[in-house]
Ligand binder design. Sequence first.
Ligand SMILES: [Fe+2]
Length: 603
Amino acid sequence: MTVDDAATPDDTAPLTAGADHSLGGSPIGGGPPVPPDAGERVGAGRVRPASLDPYDLGFTPRPPVPWLNPVLLAGTAVRVLLAELFGAYLDKRELQDALVADLYDERPPAGDPEEMWLDYVADLGDGFDGTYSIAYLLAQRELIVEGTVLPRASAVVMGGDQVYPTASGTQYENRFKGPYRAALPEAPPDGPRPTLYALPGNHDWYDGLTAFLRLFARVEEGHIGGWRTRQHRSYFALRLPHRWWLFAIDVQFGAYLDEPQLRYFRQMATRLDPGDRVILCPPSPNWVHEPAAYTTIDYFIRRILKPTGAEIRVIVAGDLHHYARYSHPERELITCGGGGAYLFPTHRLPPEVVVPPPENVVQRDSPRRKHVLAGTYPTKQRSRRFAAGVFTRLPLRNSSFLGVIGLLHMLLMLAFANSQQRVGSGVAQSLISVPLGVLVVFVMGSTVAFAAPRAGQQRGWQHWTLGIGHGLAHLGLAAAGAWAWLQLPLFGLPFPVPLLAAAVTYLPVVAVLAGWVVGAYLLIASMLNVNVNELFAAQGIFDAKCFLRMHIDREGTLTIYPVAVDRVSRKWRANPDGAPHEPWIEPEQPIAVHLAEAPIKIR
Ligand SMILES: [Fe+2]
């Protein structure tokens, strides 16, 4: 059992065991073990899967990561802590200096019209339904979106978090590589093989990039299904038509750029001429998310790109799981993290941002400019409606969390009832009040810790107030439960009758009530920008997905089409008789797409 397996008990069950159309259903245990060579066996194109059985597919489709699972929560907390404490020790970027430093030319072959289609997708390696719905759309020969034909891109850039919750070879296989291979098993016959580049996000980093580099950064060209992989490092520079460039920088854990990476990009930047245009891809949209970390992006712009005279027209990042565009006449700042993972809200986004952010502490940073929020997906209105759904989605999607919190509440109620009922004195009274005291301290400590800001941010009055208020709400619920319990005739019965009776009758009810207390807390806290991520992680909303399809036309104009998917597919069927490059798995109903906003033209 790997550490990942131990950390994700709900996560180990395959989604299906041979059913032809139930991949989107609830987890079903079992399924035969996947033979080690199954992926290669089917991946080589000799056999197309006849069913959705993991043995046939060569990977095990996964349910979404259950973020409120208590064991996963604890495991993730430890990993985040380790990464923040020891990130510098895990950092393998310096070692990449030994790897090839290439510029990747993605211009069409000489003689072809000089135009190009390019995809950007991020935050993708999660539950099968969300991840595969997007992979399926990216792999289609063309998409017709609101009457416009958008052909398959010749290159896909993945902006981070290709796997959740933590990186390992198995997780990449089941949550990313398997679904993408199933969407485009072989190179399409009607054009050059599309390429795939990936930038690591924080979840790719939790094993120090080991699995990421094995998968994406090979010495020789590799492939993931029909896509070829070319990159040699965790960062890369692409040459695009009409003097467009794409620079993707790897800035994780520590918010600095390592010397080999700077040397690589300095070398690439020598190819840039004044007036060239650059799409910059950092891992996180630090104009709205952890603004202090924007320092690194600004440093890169000032020291590497600006001296060349090139213009940085677009910065695009994932990490926040939605679509948002902040606009300035000279630059678009786009967040697009809708590749498969749970939705992150848009309704808390500020109407404008100043970039570089005022939190930027570098003295010689670039001139500050105001960027206005020009578009979001989902809309702020829909995002608010999603937030209010916490009272139904949290209990439905977090059964193990409810089990643990229900157990805790039952013990708390019994401790309260005991302290009320047994009028002892001296040592006896002290002994009775000890468990209650321990539980009260545990509840208050947990809720205050839960409200704490992320590392590196200041804890403010709102964190304390919300944490204490949340704890008191749980204690109030337990006290009310104890009062109600004492009205019943069960309390005086001999042990363990009251305990068993409480487990059967009280625990299920209080688990749901306590879940609603947590939901109400999350909703209120999110209004003060506290635990906003948890409000949505707890709901696990896998609809409202997005990616960017970009077109550099023959005149050199870049048009960005933000493609939105309101509802991902839940029902799938195998496609054993398709052509080698056609998806192994088809949605039972077509996946509807539309534009998140009007296409953005950049000249
Ligand atoms: Fe993510």
